[in-house]
Design a protein around this ligand. Sequence first.
Ligand SMILES: [Zn+2]
Length: 281
Amino acid sequence: MNIKFIREMKTFTKSTIIKSMMVFLFFLSSCATVPLTGRRQLNLVNDTEVMNLSLTQYDQFIKSNKVSANKIETERIKRVGNKIAVAVGKFFVDKGLPNYLDGYKWEFNLIEDKSVNAWCMPGGKVVVYTGILPLIKNDAQLATVMSHEIAHAVAKHSSERMSEQLLAQGFGSALSVALAQKPQETQKLAMAAFGIGTQVGYTLPFSRKHEYEADELGLYFMAMAGYDPNQSLDFWRTMAQNNKSTAPEFLSTHPLDENRIARISEKLPEALKYYHPQKGK
Ligand SMILES: [Zn+2]
């Protein structure tokens, strides 16, 4: 080994260590904690930017889709949704995070569409498709779907998904930079991350960790809103029995397996502690 080689190796090692440290510090500063489960998550995007983007996407969605004229079903969606929203608000206050939902303006809409689907965007815009209603037997099962979607939103899963995708595309931190440089790709990515991509054929499945987290939080939220969390088992079993040809959109973005249903059963005793039946209907 000659001296020049050793010197080069030292320089190489030094710069590699510095680079690794910078990457490490970058990730350390970019990590957030899901306040409800304590899980650390990658978050490179700014909440306000995500919220603004979600509002734009939501407005476009509502303008280009048919809001249901069925008053009874629409009122049901709004009634169940509002109860969950109140419960979620109380949940964060109880956790000592009264400002956690700042910027949220809840809205619940039923969309005339045969797709078996539902989603909630960051900022509290919730959409249920008429196509999912035949698979829902009662209000508690509707609350299962809506609480699950709301849990994805408040646990900032879309920000995490966008961060991972932006990083993969070489964008460091700013969502606004990505939007300015690749507007169409970034909007497509956002739609997929928010859950509305299925309509334009661009899906991004939630990961298993996100599904488990949304299931657990969803159980607490529905129970706090007065809906029997036991009903969620029946709903997810129905979904599992209905193969992908019956519920392609929902199951493509919300992968479901026997383990998930087993995990929901495990979390039920904890969720039942929050359940006060007299509040529900
Ligand atoms: Zn999900």
